[in-house]
Design a protein. Structure first.
Length: 159
């Protein structure tokens, strides 16, 4: 084992792990490159998914990556493995409040996954978007009023 190959961040719960100076945590979307040997050839296959848990310590550290599709697939990767060629963080999670994201296994969890990546909105930006929504609502309200007036006028002509 080479020194400095894996750095372990100690916490009461494993929220962050470091692999070859690349830090990733629970909730991050990662690409894990796996070395596969088929026949006599070696190739790298990537597995992209959300890290739903990190567990263990030191040499026993492992992480679980879940990929969603028609069928959810989970893989458990030991952090110190000769079969992992690369771990790349595709997207960092912004809003994670749990050490284990097992609730993402539920069928109705797509909205919860979106919440992980919702960026923090500054109050000024938030006020602007609220003002735009109000203006849009007023415009739509005005269109509805105009349409109602047209309907009333058409009814009067019909009588």
């Amino acid at each position: 084992m080479r020194e400095g190959f894996v750095k372990i961040v100690s916490n009461s719960m494993a929220l962050v792990a470091t692999w070859r100076e690349k830090e990733f945590g629970v909730g991050d979307t990662v690409d894990v490159g796996l070395k596969l040997i088929e026949g006599g050839k070696e190739r790298v296959q990537t597995f992209r998914g959300i890290v739903i848990s990190i567990r263990g310590s030191r040499e026993n550290k492992s992480f679980v990556v879940r990929r969603e599709g028609k069928v959810g697939v989970e893989r458990i990767f030991p952090l110190i493995s000769p079969w992992i060629s690369d771990i790349e963080v595709v997207q960092k999670a912004v809003h994670v409040r749990r050490a284990k994201l097992y609730y993402l296994r539920e069928a109705k969890s797509r909205e919860k996954v979106r919440q992980l990546y919702r960026s923090a909105v500054k109050s000024g930006v938030k006020k602007k978007t609220q003002a735009k929504k109000k203006a849009k609502g007023k415009e739509q309200g005005a269109k509805v009023v105009k349409a109602e007036k047209k309907v009333k006028a058409a009814r009067k002509k019909a009588k």
